[in-house]
Design a protein around this ligand. Structure first.
Ligand code: ADP
Ligand code: MG
Length: 493
């Protein structure tokens, strides 16, 4: 294999070939399962994990004469998502039949949208380490999911589970604007975050709610025209997307440098062997014999409906980020982290509103996130609730405990979920903040270290740290450091 990824965090993915430098160009078609209790054209449940073929209506199994009925809620979800992508909502759209034969597609066609999708062009803003970048959205259309063929239950039979058949998907097609693995990562995460804020897709990649077809091409650095792309089907994690792109881009460079042409084709990513393999030459649209589904009328969307949905949109990550920066004096970097997931933003705001906002952001981005990483859990599963985090921060800002002691308290909280107040009391961790009590300790130290006091007074400033250390030791680490400093300075004058 030729080529190496050049480092630098958000730099373009450039492959150093034998015959020059190649730029990698990526476009994603994300399939996002619409959050909805029932399917796109039937009332069957969409619940994940049910026994095979228990959520299948006559429509989903394509019994002759069965007619699809559009699910209004799914339409609203698609509109919402379109608005969240700053996209144009089309007042007129059409459902088409995309014809192909496969065992898990009982209709013999998929109902999708082709020439007239429900959502047109839009954009997503990526927050990258060295700034923001806008990625164009080509379109968003609604379509049905197919069933699932199960090949590994029996050595000589394939089984078909139709629970997924007819579930609503949004296909969100990006422009070929992505230029690196980091951008792919940021794009998928941002798209998922927007849909989670909106409640239109849960973004659960393990359950297949979010999958992507990854389009990759390469071109000589500086070229204006795009190279021929290959499409890698159905990749279901960001890591696999990145692995597939890496393999595929190198394969294309090698082929081009040895004088071959890239055929536009559909490829499969083999996770175990970390390679992409040709599946079929790229079918053209006319192979699918698209035509408007005669069972479904074109969709006319009322302006008022769109306006109503627009008015009721929740605050989205970009807006929240701007507000957080102003309201809580965050840097852009901190704000990005705190709005990346809705649950995190809610937690942060609950704490920052009620207690010291600077401590709030530091404790959440620092200790709390470290504990979530360590336990590999999400913020909603943390035993340290926002209320308990407030209590902990309050006890720091009111001087009951020092920041240092608070870390010990937090260690206990994250394991047991105990109240910080209770931990502080039962362990006797309160700071000594009574000046008289501290004075006594300080006098004792000064009395016992007359020689050092003389040295300090004759100019050896560094000894100040020694005195502080002694006081902390004698107080069992509980003396209020600020007060100790003040009193010591006075006494050593
Ligand atoms: P198809 O139905 O053939 O998959 P779509 O329009 O649904 O076509 O999607 C095409 C995808 O391929 C888009 O995400 C687009 O950004 C991407 N794409 C188009 N041309 C290139 C290219 N030269 N290199 C990489 N990606 C590309
Ligand atoms: Mg496509």
């Amino acid at each position: 294999m030729v080529g190496k990824i050049m480092s630098k965090a958000t730099a373009k993915y450039i492959i150093n070939g034998e015959k020059g430098k190649w730029e990698v160009v990526i476009g994603l078609e994300v399939h996002a399962q619409v959050t909805s209790n029932s399917k796109l054209f039937s009332g069957s449940s969409t619940k994940f994990g049910a026994d095979p073929n228990t959520q299948v209506s006559l429509v989903d199994s394509a019994f002759p004469g069965m007619l699809p009925v559009i699910n209004e809620f799914c339409i609203e979800q698609a509109i919402k998502t379109g608005l969240g992508l700053n996209a144009k909502i089309n007042h007129y759209s059409v459902f088409d039949r995309k014809n192909y034969f496969y065992a898990d597609l009982p209709q013999g066609y998929q109902i999708s949208q082709y020439k007239n999708p429900i959502v047109g062009e839009g954009e997503i803003t990526l927050d990258l380490p060295d700034g923001t970048k806008k990625i164009g959205i080509e379109r968003l259309h609604l379509e049905q999911d197919a069933g699932k063929s199960i090949h590994d239950l029996d050595p000589s039979n394939t089984f078909v589970d139709l629970n997924r058949s007819g579930v609503a998907l949004m296909e969100i097609v990006s422009k070929p604007d992505l230029r690196s693995l980091e951008e792919v990562n940021a794009y998928v995460k941002k798209l998922r975050s927007i849909m989670r804020y909106l409640g239109t897709c849960d973004g659960n990649m393990q359950e297949g709610s979010l999958r992507a077809d990854v389009n990759v091409s390469v071109r000589k650095e500086g070229d204006v025209d795009l190279g021929t792309r290959c499409e890698i089907k159905n990749v279901n994690s960001i890591k696999f997307m990145q692995m597939a792109i890496t393999y595929e881009a190198k394969r294309q460079v090698e082929a081009l440098e040895s004088g071959k042409k890239i055929d536009q084709e559909t490829r499969l990513f083999d996770i175990k062997r970390n390679e992409t393999r040709s599946m079929r030459s790229k079918e053209d649209a006319h192979d699918y014999r698209y035509f408007p589904d005669p069972d479904l009328l074109p969709l006319h969307l009322d302006k008022k409906l769109i306006e109503k949905i627009k008015k009721n949109l929740p605050e989205l990550p970009d807006q929240k980020k701007e507000r957080f920066i102003k309201q809580y004096s965050l840097t852009s970097y901190e704000a990005n982290i705190l709005v990346s997931e809705k649950e995190i933003s809610v937690y942060f705001e609950e704490v920052a509103k009620k207690s010291d906002k600077k401590l709030a952001k530091n404790w959440i981005i620092g200790e709390l996130f470290a504990s979530l990483n360590e336990k590999n859990i999400s913020i909603s599963d943390s035993l340290v609730t926002s209320k308990k985090m407030c209590q902990l921060i309050d006890s720091i800002s009111s001087g009951v405990i020092s920041g240092r002691t608070a870390k010990d308290v937090f260690e206990i909280m994250k394991e047991t979920g105990e109240d910080p107040k209770k931990i502080i009391e039962t362990k006797g961790l309160q700071q000594k903040s009574d000046p008289k009590e501290l004075e006594k300790i300080i006098d004792k130290i000064i009395f016992e270290n007359k020689d050092k006091v003389d040295q300090y007074k004759s100019g050896k400033d560094k000894l100040f740290g020694f005195f502080v250390g002694q006081v902390m030791k004698l107080s069992g680490g509980k003396a209020n450091p600020q007060l100790v400093n003040e009193i010591l300075k006075q006494k050593l004058k």
